[in-house]
Design a protein around this ligand. Structure first.
Ligand SMILES: *Cc1c(COP(=O)(O)O)cnc(C)c1O
Length: 437
């Protein structure tokens, strides 16, 4: 009975927080409700979660969450995500998951189409871009293992590659060799300069960015694909954040060549309006990925004859996390996705224009996709940190500093179509008034 009352309340809460962002109250919950032998009961534990715990987080779908890369799930995706938890679907194999696997496959097909991948391409939804990158690099290496040649140990990555590439290399016992300059898009010549110093047989893969996390910059993918093709090296493109921009016709040319990548990472939980956690790894030819990742054991013989989502990444049990995106695509239609992504790019352009026009602010590099980097005249790293902490504490905005060319600057990243030009004005105005205090 308590379950039913609380579930109703949860449903209302879910709806209400969409219309009225929950106020942010950063700080600690003291005391945190304790884990006890007899338990508090659902009703009061939910009350503590709703009223005390959750408000301490700065939700990524707050219209002024502009730090890192946020995420703003659609109501449709949230509905499916909740239902998926309740339905206890085992998303690892076709045997149990039924047509949930088919729905995830349809969502995967849509992603493959965005990148211009052939019908034979396939992949899987995983927990994050980090696991997607690791899984792709392990698949890349598997080709060499299959040939029984010496196992390559070098990953050549764009100098602004995400930190997860370094982490994947560490797990794999590989080293990363950087190509190009930090925070600048990598070109074919710069890549060739590095590859010329290496034995091709030592190289696991080249990792290029399609939307660097810090700047939004997209590497010269066509040139990079040329180099990889000539040398027979696996090309992995990390489009975790930026890939969504391919939905906008005016942005597509930036990504020319991406269809030539052997594997691609994209995170629907970033800019494709899907709840955490939902990332995807895509393979142009999934054969190596399957050979690399498929687990076998006596107790798995029953699922051997199926094409299982588990087979394409470093996991076995998994949430069918592609289902919420599929549901939302079916419900909203793909035009709504393209319009929502374009709106983020437009609001980023507005922010850049306002910054340009403000006497005390400068854009530090041309905005790429939906990232804007800028400086406040006369501020040092401590000033930025102080302003950022105060804005968070007041519940005004989450905007954090980063560095560009060794200078501390502010970074805005727009992935929420509900972020308006008024939100931008609020943030920029606070930089003005706080400085005069
Ligand atoms: C965010 C990001 C990642 C890591 O993704 P997680 O989902 O946080 O694991 C990898 N690459 C790029 C370019 C990213 O922006």
């Amino acid at each position: 009975m308590q379950d039913r009352v609380v579930l109703n309340d949860v449903a209302h809460w879910v709806v209400d927080r969409r219309t009225e962002p929950i106020p942010v109250r950063p700080g600690r919950v003291t005391p945190l409700p304790e884990v006890t032998r007899l338990g508090l009961g659902i009703r009061s534990t939910w009350a503590a979660l709703r009223d005390r715990l959750l408000p301490t987080s700065f939700p990524t779908d707050h219209p002024r969450y502009l730090a890192f890369v946020g995420g703003a799930p659609t109501p449709a995706a949230i509905i499916a995500d909740v239902a998926l938890s309740a339905a206890a679907v085992y998303g690892g194999s076709e045997l149990e998951a039924g047509d949930v696997v088919a729905a995830e496959r349809a969502a995967m097909r849509w992603l493959c189409d965005i990148f211009g991948y052939p019908e034979s391409a396939h992949g899987v939804f995983v927990s994050g871009g980090s696991l997607a990158n690791l899984s792709a690099l392990v698949a890349a290496r598997h080709g060499w293992v299959a040939q029984e040649s010496a196992i390559p140990k070098v990953i050549v990555a764009s100098a602004s590659a995400h930190s997860s590439i370094q982490a994947a290399a560490a797990i794999m016992g590989c080293t990363v060799v950087q190509a190009g300059r930090v925070d600048r898009p990598l070109g074919g010549d710069e890549l060739m300069d590095v590859l010329d110093t290496l034995d091709d047989r030592d190289v696991v893969a080249v990792v290029a960015n399609a939307g660097a996390t810090n700047t939004g910059a997209v590497d010269a993918l066509d040139e990079i694909a040329d180099c990889c093709e000539v040398l027979g090296i696996w090309l992995h493109v990390d489009a975790a954040y930026g890939g969504a921009a391919l939905l906008v016709p005016g942005q597509r040319h930036t990504f020319d060549g991406i269809a030539r990548a052997d594997s691609i990472t994209i995170d629907p939980h970033k800019w494709l309006f899907t709840p955490f956690d939902c990332a995807a790894v895509l393979y142009r030819d999934p054969v190596h990925a399957r050979a690399a990742h498929r687990q076998s054991a006596a107790y798995l013989d029953a699922v051997l004859d199926f094409d299982n989502p588990s087979d394409y990444a470093a996991h076995l049990t998994r949430r069918a996390r592609g289902l919420p995106m599929w549901f939302s695509l079916v419900a909203n239609g793909t035009d709504a996705y393209a319009a929502a992504v374009e709106r983020c790019i437009d609001v980023a352009a507005y922010a850049a224009k306002e910054i340009d026009a403000a006497a005390h602010l400068d854009v530090v590099t041309d905005p790429c996709l939906s990232v804007v980097l800028f400086r406040r005249h006369g501020w040092n790293a401590q000033d930025y940190a102080r302003w950022s902490a105060a804005a968070q504490a007041r519940g005004l905005a989450l905007v954090t500093p980063t560095t560009f060319d060794d200078e501390t600057v502010l970074r805005l990243c727009f992935v929420n179509p509900l972020t308006s030009v008024d939100d931008v004005d609020l943030v920029l105005d606070s930089l003005w008034s706080d400085a005069r205090d």
